[in-house]
Design a protein around this ligand. Structure first.
Ligand SMILES: *Cc1c(COP(=O)(O)O)cnc(C)c1O
Length: 365
């Protein structure tokens, strides 16, 4: 197939009044996460007659939407999250953007939305980064977080897939909010269910997050940092956190992570860490792991570490687990050795400081 990106010209509409350099410098020195946005965004429209069209890099800002737009009523919306990194030599790289493109289309299929050619997805992300390459944080460990998303725009209240969509990419400077050596998090085992077999658990759609807000608020109220979901059928098997996958490290070096069965999100960080751990000679088993077993293994010392992973925080150690039946600690309660080692390996590859034997790092400038 001739790459869609080749045949696609992105129109360029520069922002007439970009954020002033001194204001931007302040943001970039202390970016936080997800609160500041760069000057531009990428926009591509879809309708049945024209397919994907009207690609442009345009000023970041509010978007007009018909009140009957179906996203506002039936939540046809999917998204991705990936980061652009500044390399030591001043270049810019993306980490496995093709994997995000493929997952975006898997989400699109589940939500009855049109697929975006993978090359066009990657090109849209590249255009966004190049338009706002002055928006990389100046803090160590910072990156430019990219949020591609698609939503239904047809004004129609009947229940069927929309015939019109809009795809946007926005960018937000992100700090390094879970540095290595950061304290381990405490998690609450929710009584709520995130996803059931046959549902949308493997799709990255806003609706999954809407349903996780009450369980997450409950975890916060009880003094925990994150929520953990168990399987819907038996309420016994560990699935994942609200937005991160989980790994369990045994004393003998074996690593266990829940399998992808349609109810958990197939994380790209998860997949990358499995590959890196196997390269280290470790055995990684993708198999079900029960909450009871976890508690027993933590008590007996068979299990020594647990960590969560995802693009935003990379790797986050879990130190404490609490639920209706009481609580237990993991290892020493701090970040474990293997957790820190795998995190360091992955971050070094992402930043171009370690050899990239998998071809994961895509240099775009
Ligand atoms: C995005 C996401 C993850 C992590 O995926 P990455 O590709 O590693 O960022 C895990 N769980 C959920 C529910 C997610 O939405």
């Amino acid at each position: 197939m001739a790459s869609a990106a080749d045949t696609f010209a992105f129109a360029r509409i520069p922002h007439p009044a970009p954020v002033a350099a001194d204001v931007r410098a302040q943001v970039l020195a202390n970016p936080g996460f997800g609160t500041a946005f760069s000057d531009h965004m990428v926009s591509i429209e879809y309708d049945e007659a024209q397919g994907w069209h009207d690609a442009k890099v345009m000023p970041y800002g509010p978007i007009p939407l018909d009140p009957a737009a179906s996203v506002l009523h039936y939540a046809q919306e999917i998204f991705e999250g990936l980061k652009a990194y500044r390399l030591a030599d001043g270049g810019i790289a993306l980490f496995r953007p093709e994997a995000n493109a493929a997952r975006f289309n898997a989400s699109a299929r589940r939500l009855a939305m049109p697929e975006l050619p993978e090359a066009l997805f990657v090109e849209a992300v590249r255009q966004q980064v190049l338009a706002d390459k002055d928006w990389f944080p100046t803090v160590e460990g910072g990156s430019l977080y990219l949020r591609p998303f698609m939503f239904a725009t047809e004004a129609f209240l009947g229940v069927r897939p929309s015939k019109k969509y809009r795809f946007l990419v926005i960018a937000s400077p992100a700090g390094n909010y879970f540095k290595s050596g950061a304290p381990a998090v405490s998690i609450w085992v929710s009584d709520y269910t995130r996803a059931a077999p046959g549902g949308t658990g493997a799709a990255k759609c806003g609706g999954n997050y809407a349903a996780s807000l009450v369980p997450t608020a409950e975890a916060f109220l009880r003094g925990h940092d994150q929520v953990l979901f168990l399987d819907a059928a038996e309420h016994r098997w560990i699935e994942e956190l609200g937005g991160m996958n989980l790994f369990f490290v045994m004393a003998d070096g074996t690593i266990v992570t829940p399998p992808l069965g349609g109810t958990i999100l197939p994380g790209i960080t998860r997949e990358s860490l499995i590959a890196l751990a196997r390269e280290e000679g470790l055995t990684v088993r993708e198999e079900r792991y029960a909450l009871d077993q976890w508690r027993d293994d933590a008590a007996s010392g068979k299990l020594v570490e647990t960590f969560a992973c995802g693009t935003a925080a990379v790797v986050t150690p879990v130190g404490k687990v609490a639920g209706r039946d009481g609580e237990f600690a993991i290892g020493s309660g701090g970040p474990g050795q293997l957790t820190q080692k795998l995190r360091a390996r992955l971050v070094a590859i992402q930043r171009g400081e370690a050899a990239d034997s998998h071809g994961w790092v895509k240099r775009i400038a």
